[in-house]
Design a protein around this ligand. Sequence first.
Ligand SMILES: Cc1cc2nc3c(=O)[nH]c(=O)nc-3n(C[C@H](O)[C@H](O)[C@H](O)COP(=O)(O)OP(=O)(O)OC[C@H]3O[C@@H](n4cnc5c(N)ncnc54)[C@H](O)[C@@H]3O)c2cc1C
Length: 374
Amino acid sequence: MTENYEFIVIGAGIYGAATAWHLACKGASVKVLEADDIGTRASGGPGRRGVRANGRDVRELALMKRAYAIWPTLHETLGVPPFYEQCGHLLLAESDTQVCELEARAWLQRGQGIETELLNRDELRTREPGLSHKIEAALYCPQDGVANHSVTTRAYAAAAIRAGVSFSTSTSAKYIEFNNSRADAVITADGQRYEAKRGLLIVANAGVQSLLAEIQYLPTWNECLQVLISAPLGFVPFSHLTGHIGRTVSLKREGDGRVMISGGWHGSWDPETNQGYTINAAVEGNVTEAIAIYPLLKGLKIEVSDANHLETFTPDKIPIIDQLRAHNNVWYATGWCGHGWAIAPVIAEDLAKWMMDGERPQHLEPFRISRFTK
Ligand SMILES: Cc1cc2nc3c(=O)[nH]c(=O)nc-3n(C[C@H](O)[C@H](O)[C@H](O)COP(=O)(O)OP(=O)(O)OC[C@H]3O[C@@H](n4cnc5c(N)ncnc54)[C@H](O)[C@@H]3O)c2cc1C
């Protein structure tokens, strides 16, 4: 049996849910196919996600500038209680060379319209008295913050459903039916055929490469990123979202006086079970880096350690967002490199516009796959 929609979206993470909502708001009929459940992969799991411009690749800063205007009121737009907190981000430095890099980044970020302050040792300690004596300076972006990713993704999906989008969960896209210059339909693992009258969007993150394998090579790979949540502490010795220019660590406050520790340490992925597992050495390494920044964290107990969420990476650390050349009613986006969350509301808006109007939005220009080839 065949079902017909104007657009089929593969993947119900933040990108699938948000783009489907924008498409439906523009009057399109949309079907979202999700292999698992809504917001359970990179857009799900414990803790919160950083919404930061600080330290970001210059090619993504125009998107972040627009995202700043969306995040603080996005919950109102989607009709749910607040899920975003603007707490500011500190990017720390402890050597002379690192401080020079912060100066250069301050110049670059200000030039792109991102509010950025370079804080010296004393200025920094008025904000964070608990910092290690080793920290010399920080780049501060007051408009950065954190968002509850699972709540946001589900809120987008709920808004999409209210706007008429149909979601099928536990429904894996198996292959795409191509016909000359177009994709006609998606066939799912249970044999159902979904016809895409106008177009197909593949935002399956770690699953994009295998779906396009016969049509388009993608220079991407998957990594499972580690997230740790502490047991409640007597008090949390910091208040900002915090990262470090030379250390692999990111710190966030969590509810009940807990802290979230992440920043780029990896677990190990088992393709048989399709599950990720944490590695003791990586857990210890991540905690050691956190204590090196805030010594008062010494003795903290880890209550949740998670590496069950794959993210896709590219060689130049920015995503690929493009249209297939030979089948131009197929759009795909992947390779978020661990920082695709913050910019998702803006990219989803642009993707929907592109799919409806046929014109690539200017802010998506840097993310063409052709940047890798002559
Ligand atoms: C641990 C961790 C921490 C992060 N921290 C930050 C941060 O602080 N700041 C930031 O900006 N970004 C961060 N990110 C990145 C950000 O969360 C991701 O870039 C973003 O969530 C990706 O969204 P997505 O919708 O593309 O992918 P996903 O949420 O992975 O959604 C893709 C969906 O596609 C589905 N799918 C796959 N194959 C198929 C198929 N064949 N058929 C149907 N469905 C399929 C999957 O089940 C999945 O639900 C982090 C990522 C991780 C994993």
